[in-house]
Ligand binder design. Structure first.
Ligand SMILES: NC(=O)c1ccc[n+]([C@@H]2O[C@H](COP(=O)([O-])OP(=O)(O)OC[C@H]3O[C@@H](n4cnc5c(N)ncnc54)[C@H](OP(=O)(O)O)[C@@H]3O)[C@@H](O)[C@H]2O)c1
Length: 210
């Protein structure tokens, strides 16, 4: 299975590419914004293409069987980029998938995106953008899984999470566990059509996502 990773130079994206690379039968196609980043990946034997969610990205989706979308405009850009990347960039990729494939789509969203009104302050526009992108995906007819992790850390992965359609408590999760969950979903058909809040927990990931 060839898997397009949108946001492959990001912290989670890199972990997903490495994980796909390590799993038999899953081949990453890493989409990055800079040619130098693509060249560095190719030097390691990873298929890589350049693309920009605000511009052209079709090469990243050519001939792939699934997409993992883990791009985001980040905390250091303005709300314009939240709109243009986290929301509109995601919608543009989904539209492309509907028109030309692939059908399988794993979205790395964010916890609390299911209910932006429950949040206040500066985070709310971000959560609204994530909510709208997720909602678009849920109604698209694509074969989706939405992962909504809590606060991300760079701690080592544990392989143990708490996952359910809605988790009320606040918490964190290592990026490595989010990456492992995204890759697992690609090989676990029972995760299709599901939306998961995701936190560090004590249940083995495969079991928690069942
Ligand atoms: N921070 C948190 O606690 C938290 C919690 C829950 C969910 N999330 C979400 O989790 C996702 C991944 O997180 P992360 O830590 O891996 O983020 P990250 O390291 O900031 O990675 C985001 C990636 O998106 C790429 N990107 C930005 N604009 C783009 C564009 N126009 N076209 C193509 N790619 C673009 C960036 O490219 P460059 O490398 O070129 O800049 C970067 O590689 C994000 O969507 C984030 O919103 C974050």
């Amino acid at each position: 299975m060839r898997v397009s990773v949108i946001g492959a130079n990001g912290k989670i994206g890199r972990l997903i590419v490495d994980r796909l690379w390590a799993v038999d039968g899953l081949d990453p196609v890493a989409m990055v914004r800079e040619e130098a980043q693509a060249a560095a990946l190719r030097d390691r034997g990873v298929e890589a293409v350049t693309g920009d969610l605000e511009g052209e990205f079709a090469a990243a989706l050519a001939g792939v069987d699934a997409v993992v979308f883990t791009a985001g405009s980040g905390a250091h850009t303005g709300k314009d980029k939240t709109l243009l990347v986290d929301l509109w960039g995601a919608v543009r990729v989904m539209r492309h998938c509907l028109a030309r494939g692939p059908r399988r789509f794993v979205m790395v969203s964010a916890m609390r995106a299911g209910d932006p009104d429950a949040a206040s302050g500066g985070i709310k526009p971000y959560l609204v953008a994530k909510w709208a992108a997720d909602e678009w995906l849920l109604r698209s007819g694509l074969d989706f899984t939405v992962l909504r992790p809590g606060g991300l850390t760079d701690e080592p992965g544990t392989g143990r999470v708490e996952a359910s359609s809605r988790i009320e408590r606040r918490g964190t999760i290592p990026r490595a566990d989010v990456a492992a969950a995204a890759v697992h979903c690609l090989r676990a058909p029972e995760t299709a059509g599901k939306v998961y809040d995701l936190l560090l927990g004590d249940v083995p990931l495969e079991e928690a996502l069942r």
